[in-house]
Design a protein around this ligand. Structure first.
Ligand SMILES: Cc1cc2nc3c(=O)[nH]c(=O)nc-3n(C[C@H](O)[C@H](O)[C@H](O)COP(=O)(O)O)c2cc1C
Length: 178
């Protein structure tokens, strides 16, 4: 007789987030912790068994908000794929909760560096995006293009200013992962 083993679902919370000067409801403020990082931590509190991977670039962006938006715009237009400090192999995970800020209506290019380096076929991707008014923008399209055969769930957009109070959105994201 063949015994069927029980395979536990494994979830990875992968995110990119930038600390430093940012645009917060009309003002430039210094964020000690990025908005997306804040939401990722709230998700981790609900999903204790999930692993966490923070996407970080070797070359960091300017601390100045105004300079950073120009750097990001140039990277987007050049279609760059910034080099990452570390990699994470997603093959061991069934579900990937993917968080990032909306940058010029798109995912930051470093998120594509990571997505394009791996095979997400058959994996469930649950995107969430923090923003200052543009919502998800074209980010779900970006993810779909990079991960053609993934099971892409509808994204959750969270206004960056509200990140510390995004409990309801966090619960919705966690429910999709269960
Ligand atoms: C380079 C850059 C580009 C941005 N572009 C947009 C945008 O097009 N639309 C928008 O709503 N917010 C935009 N924002 C605001 C961020 O999406 C928002 O502040 C987000 O919560 C930042 O997340 P983080 O702190 O995790 O990096 C931009 C911010 C930066 C730094």
């Amino acid at each position: 007789m063949r015994l069927l083993g029980f395979m536990a679902m494994k979830t990875l919370i992968a995110f990119y987030s930038r600390r430093g000067e940012n645009y917060v409801s009309g003002d430039i403020k210094v964020l000690k912790k990025g908005n997306t990082e804040c939401v990722a931590e709230m998700i981790k509190e609900q999903l204790a068994d999930a692993d966490v991977f923070q996407i970080e670039t070797v070359q960091t962006y300017s601390d100045s908000y105004m300079t950073c938006i120009e750097e990001a715009k140039a990277e987007l237009h050049a279609g760059e794929r910034p080099v990452l400090k570390a990699d994470c192999d997603p093959s061991a995970y069934d579900t990937i909760i993917l968080g990032y800020p909306n940058w010029w209506g798109h995912v930051p290019m470093c998120v594509l560096t990571w997505l394009e380096a791996h095979d997400f076929a058959g994996k469930t991707i649950i995107p969430f995006c923090t923003h200052e008014g543009s919502g998800m923008g074209s980010t779900e399209k970006d993810i779909r293009t990079a991960c053609l055969l993934a099971n892409l769930k509808p994204g959750t957009a969270i206004h960056g200013t509200n990140a510390p109070r995004a409990q309801k959105s966090v619960e919705a994201i966690v429910a999709l992962a269960k």
